[in-house]
Design a protein around this ligand. Structure first.
Ligand SMILES: [Zn+2]
Ligand SMILES: [Zn+2]
Length: 216
């Protein structure tokens, strides 16, 4: 299992990055990206802290950890600048906090993150056809999420991504140990979104391909 969207206590998660990684090892994960919420207040220290933690995790633990960030509630016009800044600071993976139905995310956020070329657009809510086509063209992966609330639109995201040939990925958006998935719970979430086992395999493959790209 691979998870490209998790949180540690560097934002609003419950665990230190190292304990999150240890819990993920025990749960059977081969790789996780730790992608704490960030805005201008904490971008630098979140990335620096996660880079230091992930370097140690990768030295001695049987899991690959990627230091990422989830840019959250950034005004759409500032998204291009913040994505560039995150990359300049060394984020290995940038997740965009999309227009979830569970929070009042600014309209235009999905479009701005796709245009900025984030790796993953998290919980994109009622994503439009044109946003899906842009994501497909730009290689931005759209997220099917295990997280309650954000998962309200999984069925819509899955159907739109299939129709417009955008890549999908399954993430837990874990904030606590109980949020990490099992192979069974992950598959149930995929099936619940109206997808099948073959699509689940493709989603895992999409995550693997992205990890290989980040490595090189
Ligand atoms: Zn959070
Ligand atoms: Zn998140």
């Amino acid at each position: 299992m691979i998870d490209l969207h998790t949180h540690s206590l560097l934002s609003d998660g419950e665990l230190l990055p190292t304990e999150l990684a240890r819990r993920a090892v025990v749960a059977g994960y081969s790789a996780i990206a730790i992608t704490d919420h960030a805005d201008a207040s904490n971008l630098g220290h979140v990335i620096a802290g996660l880079k230091a933690a992930c370097a140690e995790i990768n030295r001695a633990m049987p899991i690959r950890a990627v230091a990422g960030v989830e840019l959250t509630h950034i005004p759409p016009e500032r998204i291009p600048f913040m994505v560039k800044k995150a990359r300049r600071l060394g984020a290995g993976l940038v997740v965009g906090h999309g227009e979830t139905l569970a929070e009042p995310v600014s309209e235009g956020t999905n479009e701005a993150f796709i245009a900025a070329g984030v790796e993953v657009l998290a919980h994109p809510g009622l994503i439009t056809a044109s946003e899906c086509r842009s994501a497909a063209a730009a290689g931005v992966l759209l997220e099917i999420t295990c997280r309650a609330g954000h998962s309200l639109s999984n069925g819509h995201v899955a159907a739109m991504a299939r129709r417009h040939k955008a890549g999908l990925v399954l993430n837990t958006d874990a904030h606590a140990p109980k949020d990490l998935a099992t192979p069974e719970s992950a598959l149930r979430t995929v099936l619940g979104a109206g997808l099948g086992k073959a699509q689940f395999r493709t989603m895992v493959k999409n995550a693997q391909t992205l990890l290989e790209k980040i490595r090189s």
